[in-house]
Each structure stands twice: as structure tokens, then as C-alpha cells.
Design a protein around this ligand. Structure first.
Ligand code: ADP
Ligand code: MG
Length: 683
């Protein structure tokens, strides 16, 4: 149960004065559903309200504040605006312009000869400077030196939002301290409530911002540390494989050093009673599937069942095919189950799982539905783990009578520091070595005005018997138009290469998508135009060219994954990154990095570094880690620190029971990382 002290913060946003049904909607669009969301809606910047000494044309386009004295009126002649000629202390002129108002009104607001503190956007209007509909105050009146700018949505003004934020802060209680005193003193951090007040009063307050960011990160790391400590205490089932199935495997190659090492690490974990919690990180093509297969064979050798969870239908079927091929001839049963399986087929699979005649099951989320009962599920493999949060991992663990071992796999290259945020409770294995014979993918960055050349290159590629991907990005805000872009591109390429072009996107029915994918896999199609649905796992070795439009819109990790669709066969593969005509320095550097290296881990580290400086206030990017207060540039430092502190609290300071622990429990609930606590209760 949530500590009562937090109740005021978790009240509905409609409990704030002035929030009626009309405003609830725009607030909802901003994700502001409860009071706490409003309190944590941090300003992303500020308007400088420190008054200027003098008018300066160089400030045109900026919001300024300045003391001005009105000297004369130029009244509206019928339709035009009323202008008030005003001067700064140095005698520079500006016109304060009012549209559509009664002329008397401007006169009343701005009596001649009376200095006013004027704020608004300075515009260049022909030869003159003007401010349209300025805000006015008396010169002595103190304006906030820095007025926060909040992310807004249609239907709500900054001023309204500021008012709600003020109310939300007012309701925020003072909370007991969860930060280790030495750390708090060293960083000179204020108390939680004070930090909240300070950040909204002065968005540039780096210390207050860091404290709030730390709190969120700390709650996250603490939850994981608790889950980990709890898992360690649980009794799963020790799986000792005797090798009889693995000995029958006929692989056309030998394991890479990294694969062999990882398999040993997994064997070691499985041999323990405490359930395994291991993350397998390996770049696209590093051979994670084989490692998973070996792990599942250990489970089957030990007389148990294994399940493998894939994020999409396509990938589930593909894994199923791969496993069947790899495990052909072994005395065991592999089955597949997805949401599409209905009726008798599904019934038969469920029976086989219940009576144990199916040893290995591959599928989508459907494999963990309530109706699906296993005889003896002892190992769960989750592919492309980044789509599953801690809560899902906990859910999986609840499935077996005894908690199953968990192997999570991801190809998303994550910097080491950030791995802690997402997988802080897990042990990590890295496949840092590619199978032999892989050629690096040749990457080029090309401007979008050279599209013709690219289509010609595609033509040559096809006539040489090659296949290709053509990716059009899907951007959330304009999902529709980008979908249209993909379809239009497919049509255009289809006219040029009749019968050879297919298209897949997220709006298609799974069956339609699968048909197109299957045709492409079989070589019946030469070009697959796609939105990012091909991102994960699809494997067509003959596809050795990938064109990525609007490459500058993708995150580097995503670009890297997309690029990994090619380079799967023996031959040389190419990746063409199509960029827009105007690029920021950072975008340029990012694309250059893609050209320079094929090493996903390096790309991830550099990407983090590149993001760091430019987007000081943008927390959007770190959203991948599920943080809303912690900006990416602070993460590496804060994460390590929070991880150490969370361990300290759990291992030395009595966990949640001691005084600081009680405070930390509040932090878990405040940041809604309480899944760990709930589980401790139930278990
Ligand atoms: P990912 O890590 O991206 O899931 P996969 O498991 O799909 O990678 O493997 C990519 C390709 O590499 C597959 O075609 C697989 O058969 C092949 N492969 C895996 N391990 C080895 C190895 N040790 N030597 C050679 N090829 C391998
Ligand atoms: Mg894979």
C-alpha cells in the first residue's frame, strides 16, 4: 500500500483548482493525470525576465523585459493597430502595438511619461522595433528573473500550467530523507521538497535538478536491488544437463570464444538453485540464438521444459524455424504458440505443454497467458528484452511453481552505465566477438537530393541477383503521413521494378505482413520497403543492401539495428544512410560515427556522449530508460552512485526496515517503482 503521506500527490489532476473537464484533456495529452505528474512536469527552459538596459535590434525574435516610457500615441486609422511610441533610458525607440483593441484602452494601460516594465517578443518591423501586445508591470514589481517554460499541449497556456504547478507544489509534503547523509552533504543537495520548489522557481538550478534526478534513479536502482536480493533467496530448481542432447547437435561451425564462455556462465547459473537472472547482450549477428538453444537443451536434458518469448509474431515463427532446423534429429519436441493459433492446433499445443510432451515452446506473449499451463517450466528465454520492463520480468518469474531461470537477450547496444538502469538486478554476459568471416558493412551517408542515384544503384543490385531493404521511418507524431511515405515509396519503386517490391508496416494485419515477409525470405520479392517493423531479428542472408531514408531521424542504436539486417551472409553488404539537406552538427557527427564503425557497443557509448552536451534539459531521450526527471547527461554519474547507495542500503543498512529504509520505501512509491516491494510482500 502506498504510504499515506503521498496521497495528496496521487490525487487526480482534476482535484486541482481550475481543472475541469475541458482542461483535463490537454493535461492528459501531456501525461499529467495526477497531481504528482504536474509536480514532476519540469520546465525545459526559461524566459529571461532580467530587464535589459537598452533596446538592441540583435534581440529581435527574443522575449525581453525592459523599462520603457511611453511618449506618444499613433492611433488606429479605422482598421490598423494602435501603436504607442515608447523609449528606453538611452532614448532608443520601440513601438508597442495593439491590434483590434479600443484606442482608449492602450492609453489607459500606458499613460504618457510613466515608465513601465514591459515584457514581450521584440520584433523588427521594417526599420522599426516593435513589441506586440506586451505584458506590463510597474518597474518596481519583481518579475521572476527566469520564467519557466513548460512543455505544452493544445488547449493549455503556459500561465495556466504554471498555476497548476504552483498548486501541485503546495500539496507536496516534506518527505523524510532517503539519500545517504554523506552523499547528500557532498553534493550539497537540498531536501526533496525544497528541490521541487527550486526547480520550478528557477529552471537553471542544476543542484535541485540533480537531486530530483537522483531520487528517480535511486528508486529505480533500489527496486532492482530488492528484486535481486529477493530472487537470490528463492529456491528454483538446479538444472544439471548431462550433455546427451548437446552431444547430438551437428553444427556446421564451432562456437565463438564469446559464445563458449557465455554458455559456460549460463551452465553455472542453471546448476544453482537460486534462479538465474542473466542478460545476454550481443550485437546483431553475434549468435545469441545458438546460446539460447544450448541453454534450453540443458533444461531439457535435466528433464524440464524451456520457453522462448519473442516480441513479434514474425520473430516467434522465425525462431521456431531456426530452432527446428538446428535441433533436427534430436529426440525432443519443439512447438510454437502465438495469438494467431486458435482451435484444435492451440488445444493440441496446450495439451503437449501440460503433459510434458513438448519440451521447448517458442512464441509471443501468448505463451504466458493464464490458460497456458506447463508441466515443468524451468527456463524462460526472452529475446529482445528491451521491450520488457522489470514488471514483465517479475510476471514471468511467477509462472512456474518454482521460479524459472531467466535468460534475457538483447541486441540493443546499451552503454555500460545505462545497462545498470535497465538491468540492474541481472548478471550480464556480453557476446563481444562476431562469428568468423563476417565482413564489415560498408556504410555511406548520402544526401536526399541524390535519390535517383540510389534507385539506380538498387537496380544494379537487383540485376545482380541481390535483395534489399528500403526503410522509411515511422515517427510517432506523424504516423499516418510516414505510412503514406512508405506506401508511396513502394509504389514508386514498384513502377521501376515491377513485381519485385513488397511493403510491410505496423498497420498491416499480421497475416498480411507475414505473407510479404515470407515472399521476401523466399526470394520472390527483391525489395522490401518497410517502416521499422523489420527492426528486430529478421534474417535474410541474401539481402545485402539496405537504404535508410531520413537516417538523421533515427536514434543511433536503432540505425545500428536496422543496418544489422544486412551483412548476414558471407558477401559484402552495403548500407546507404539518406540524410536531409540541413543537418545539425550533432546529427552530422552521429551519421559520421555510423560510417566509421560497425561496433554497436562503441556506437552506444559515443551516442550517449554526443547527446550529453546538446540536450541538457531534454529528458525525452532518456525515456528509453523510463526516466522522466533524469536527463541523459546526468545518468552515467547518477546511476553508478545510486546503484552503490541502493546496495549499501540493502546489504548494510537493513533494507527497507531501518529508518532510511522507511524513507526509501516512500521514494519507491513516489516514483512508482514499488513492484519490487509488492513482490517482497507476496513472497
Ligand atoms: P543474433 O545474435 O543477432 O540473434 P543469430 O543468432 O541470428 O544472431 O546469428 C546470426 C547468424 O550467425 C546465424 O545465421 C547463425 O547461424 C550464425 N552463427 C551463429 N553462431 C555462429 C558461429 N559460431 N559461427 C558461424 N556462424 C554462426
Ligand atoms: Mg536474434
Amino acid at each position: 500500500m502506498r504510504p499515506v503521506i503521498l496521497n495528496p500527490l496521487f490525487a487526480e489532476v482534476t482535484s486541482l483548482k481550475g481543472v475541469g473537464p475541458a482542461l483535463a484533456k490537454p493535461l492528459d495529452r501531456l501525461g499529467l493525470v495526477r497531481v504528482v505528474d504536474v509536480a514532476f512536469h519540469l520546465p525545459t527552459g526559461w524566459v529571461d525576465r532580467v530587464p535589459r538596459e537598452e533596446l538592441d535590434a540583435a534581440d529581435a525574435g527574443r522575449i525581453i523585459s525592459i523599462v520603457l516610457t511611453p511618449r506618444s500615441y499613433r492611433e488606429s486609422n479605422g482598421r490598423g493597430p494602435t501603436r504607442v511610441n515608447a523609449f528606453d533610458a538611452a532614448g532608443n525607440a520601440v513601438s508597442l502595438t495593439y491590434f483590434g483593441g479600443h484606442p482608449g484602452w492602450a492609453k489607459k494601460l500606458l499613460p504618457l511619461g510613466e515608465p513601465k516594465l514591459v515584457s514581450g517578443r521584440l520584433d523588427q518591423y521594417g526599420q522599426d522595433l516593435q513589441i506586440v501586445h506586451p505584458e506590463l508591470a510597474d518597474p518596481g514589481e519583481v518579475l521572476r528573473a527566469r520564467e519557466p517554460i513548460y512543455p505544452l499541449s493544445e488547449g493549455i497556456t503556459s500561465r495556466r500550467l504554471s498555476g497548476f504547478v504552483d498548486q501541485a507544489i503546495e500539496r507536496a509534503p516534506a518527505l523524510p530523507e532517503w539519500i545517504e547523509p554523506g552523499l547528500k552533504a557532498k553534493r550539497d543537495w537540498p531536501d526533496w521538497r525544497e528541490a521541487l520548489v527550486r526547480i520550478h522557481a528557477d529552471p537553471a538550478d542544476a543542484t535541485a535538478r540533480a537531486r530530483l534526478a537522483y531520487d528517480e534513479v535511486f528508486a529505480n536502482q533500489l527496486a532492482m536491488t530488492l528484486v535481486r536480493a529477493d530472487t537470490r533467496k528463492r529456491r528454483g530448481r538446479a538444472l544439471a544437463g548431462d550433455g546427451r542432447l548437446r552431444d547430438l547437435l551437428k553444427l556446421p561451425y564451432s562456437l565463438t570464444g564469446a559464445q563458449a564462455r557465455t554458455v559456460r556462465e549460463i551452465e553455472g547459473d542453471l546448476a544453482q538453485e537460486a534462479p538465474m537472472l542473466r542478460l545476454l547482450q550481443g550485437d546483431v549477428g553475434s549468435g545469441k540464438t545458438l546460446v539460447a538453444a544450448m541453454a534450453m537443451l540443458v533444461a531439457v536434458e535435466a528433464g524440464a521444459q524451456a520457453a522462448m518469448l519473442a516480441p513479434t509474431e514474425i520473430l516467434a515463427r522465425q525462431h521456431y524455424e531456426t530452432l527446428r532446423r538446428t535441433l533436427a534429429g534430436l529426440p525432443l519436441e519443439v512447438a510454437v504458440l502465438t495469438g494467431r493459433d486458435k482451435g484444435r492446433v492451440r488445444e493440441a499445443t496446450l495439451m503437449g505443454l501440460a503433459d510434458g510432451s513438448i519440451d521447448i515452446l517458442v512464441g509471443t506473449h501468448a505463451i504466458f497467458q493464464e490458460a497456458v499451463g506447463y508441466r515443468d517450466l524451468a527456463l524462460v528465454v526472452v529475446d529482445e528484452q528491451h521491450r520488457f520492463g522489470v514488471a514483465e520480468r517479475l510476471m514471468l518469474q511467477a509462472k512456474g511453481a518454482r521460479p524459472p531461470h531467466l535468460l534475457a537477450m538483447t541486441a540493443t547496444p546499451i552503454p555500460r552505465t545505462l545497462t545498470l538502469a535497465q538491468y540492474g538486478e541481472m548478471d550480464v554476459s556480453r557476446l563481444d566477438e562476431m562469428p568468423p568471416g563476417r565482413q564489415p558493412i560498408e556504410t555511406r551517408v548520402i544526401s536526399e537530393d541524390r535519390l535517383d542515384e540510389m534507385v539506380n544503384a538498387l537496380g544494379r543490385h537487383l540485376s545482380e541477383g541481390g535483395q534489399a531493404y528500403w526503410v522509411c521511418p515511422l515517427v510517432e507524431e506523424s504516423e499516418k503521413s510516414d505510412l503514406a511515405a512508405a506506401e508511396a515509396r513502394a509504389e514508386e519503386l514498384g513502377r521501376r521494378f515491377p513485381g519485385k517490391v513488397g511493403v510491410v508496416h505496423g498497420r498491416m494485419k499480421p497475416t498480411e505482413k507475414d505473407d510479404v515477409m515470407a515472399a521476401f525470405s523466399a526470394g520472390a520479392l527483391g525489395v522490401l520497403v518497410a517502416t521499422t517493423v523489420i527492426e528486430v531479428g529478421v534474417d535474410v542472408p541474401n539481402a545485402t543492401l539496405i537504404v535508410i531514408e531520413h537516417a538523421d531521424r533515427f536514434g543511433l542504436a536503432q540505425l545500428h539495428q536496422l543496418r544489422g539486417r544486412v551483412g548476414r551472409g558471407g558477401g559484402l553488404s552495403r548500407c546507404l544512410l539518406v540524410r536531409g539537406s540541413s543537418l545539425s552538427e550533432t546529427s552530422r557527427a552521429r551519421l559520421a560515427l555510423m560510417r566509421e564503425t560497425n561496433d554497436g557497443f562503441r556506437i552506444a557509448e559515443e551516442d550517449l556522449r554526443l547527446r550529453g552536451g546538446g540536450e541538457m534539459l531534454g529528458t525525452r531521450q532518456s525515456g528509453e530508460q523510463g526516466f522522466r526527471l533524469a536527463p541523459p547527461d546526468l545518468l552515467p554519474d547518477l546511476l553508478q552512485c545510486a546503484q552503490d547507495d541502493a546496495r549499501l542500503l540493502v546489504d548494510r543498512d537493513g533494507g527497507l526496515e531501518g529508518e532510511r529504509g522507511q524513507a526509501a520505501r516512500i521514494a519507491l512509491y513516489l516514483f512508482e517503482r514499488d513492484a519490487g516491494v509488492a513482490r517482497l510482500r507476496s513472497g
